[in-house]
Design a protein around this ligand. Structure first.
Ligand code: FNR
Length: 346
């Protein structure tokens, strides 16, 4: 292994450990969104079907394991376990950033293991917005991906002393990748959320699927500060829009397929995402903790129970599908209302 590869593998392992040790946010914007209880549902539980279309892909369940890792031997083992969970529960899964394997072929197995374990499943490749079109194509090909996630993580890069400092070509790079890659492209945040201005930039370059990945769960400002000896930028912890706020920002962009991730604590948070327009909901840190603490079996049970609870809550809301969930009345806290007003959102 060369020293660059070593450094990268060390960083991956630190991210995994720091995410596991992450204290988590103390409050959540999901608590600022309330459903209105109705006493007389007019449907049966077995009439609820929560399948979803994301671009040209059909998700049997509106859930996915979101991007985390790859590029070290610990990461490869985690990816293998996650892939088995995804296969057994029939949900989609993203691998973590593939730059390591794109530059060093010896690391590709920590990613290809995901396709080997789940030949039929929906799997996303993952690259950053600074990758060449050629490498983006290679990332898709390497795991026969059904879609390509391009992560945008400027605050994380800026906090990392070794991080990227050049962002001026991001938009044109994404545009080029969208033109050349044949699978759907998902532009995703990494826990800082998105805005209507971002949607507008992305719309102009032909992107139509986003993962808003908002504040409220894994916080890379916290993680990167923990990796520095001088933790001098901890005051930036909590930067960005929450997942709820990002979904409100996305409501003025009905032309996007919106995926939601960031701080999903339980199935009710997920149902709130669907009601706010999300086509599917992703979880990262929760899945990592499950795999580490309860193993593959525990993670499978968790997802199966999660799916069942989604159905129960939908029935409680008298909704047979995601479209009907979107039509259910919701009440916002004064803080969320104020954000909507100040941002001119409906
Ligand atoms: C991540 N995330 C991430 N995202 C991405 O697009 N590429 C990546 O390589 C990684 N790496 C990564 C490592 C670890 C250990 C974690 C926990 C997360 C971000 C992730 O996909 C997601 O956007 C955020 O973690 C928010 O979701 P949760 O963790 O709050 O469910």
């Amino acid at each position: 292994m060369n020293s660059e590869t070593n450094k990268r593998a060390r960083r991956k392992n630190e991210h995994i450990q720091l995410a596991i040790d992450h204290p988590g946010a103390s409050s959540s914007d999901f608590d600022d969104v309330r459903f209105v209880h109705q006493s007389i549902p007019c449907i049966d539980v077995d009439q609820v079907f929560l399948s979803s279309m994301v671009g040209s892909l059909t998700f049997d369940h509106p859930l996915y394991i979101n991007a985390m890792t790859g590029g070290s031997s610990r990461a490869g083992k985690i990816n293998e376990k996650l892939a088995i969970v995804a296969r057994e529960t029939n949900i989609a899964m993203a691998v973590g950033s593939m730059h390591a394997a794109l530059k060093d072929d010896t690391l590709s197995e920590s990613y290809t293991i995901v396709r080997a374990q789940n030949p039929q499943g929906i799997i996303f490749s993952n690259v950053g917005a600074d990758v060449s079109v050629e490498l983006a194509l290679k990332a898709v090909e390497m795991i026969k991906a059904d879609a390509l996630q391009i992560h945008v993580n400027a605050p994380q890069e800026l906090i990392m002393p070794e991080g990227n400092r050049q962002f001026s070509s991001w938009l044109s790079t994404i545009e080029e990748i969208v033109k050349q890659v044949e699978v759907p492209v998902i532009v995703k945040e990494v826990g800082f959320g998105m805005s209507q201005e971002t949607f507008s930039q992305l719309r102009h370059i032909g992107v139509n699927i986003v993962d808003v990945s908002g504040r409220g769960g894994t916080d890379f400002i916290h993680i990167e500060n923990e990796r520095r000896s001088l933790k001098e930028m901890t005051y930036l912890t909590g930067w960005g829009q929450s997942t709820v706020v990002s979904l409100l920002e996305a409501r003025s962009s009905p032309d996007f397929d919106v995926l939601a991730s960031g701080g999903i604590r339980h199935p009710l948070d997920a149902v709130k995402c669907y009601a706010l327009g999300a086509k599917a909901v992703g979880m990262s840190r929760t899945m990592l903790l499950l795999i580490e603490e309860q193993g593959v079996e525990g993670a499978i049970q968790y997802i199966e129970s999660f799916k069942e609870q989604l159905t129960i809550i939908a029935a409680m809301l008298n909704a047979r599908n995601l479209q009907e969930l979107k039509e259910r009345p919701i009440v916002f806290s004064p803080e969320l209302l104020s954000w909507q007003e100040q941002r001119g959102l409906q």
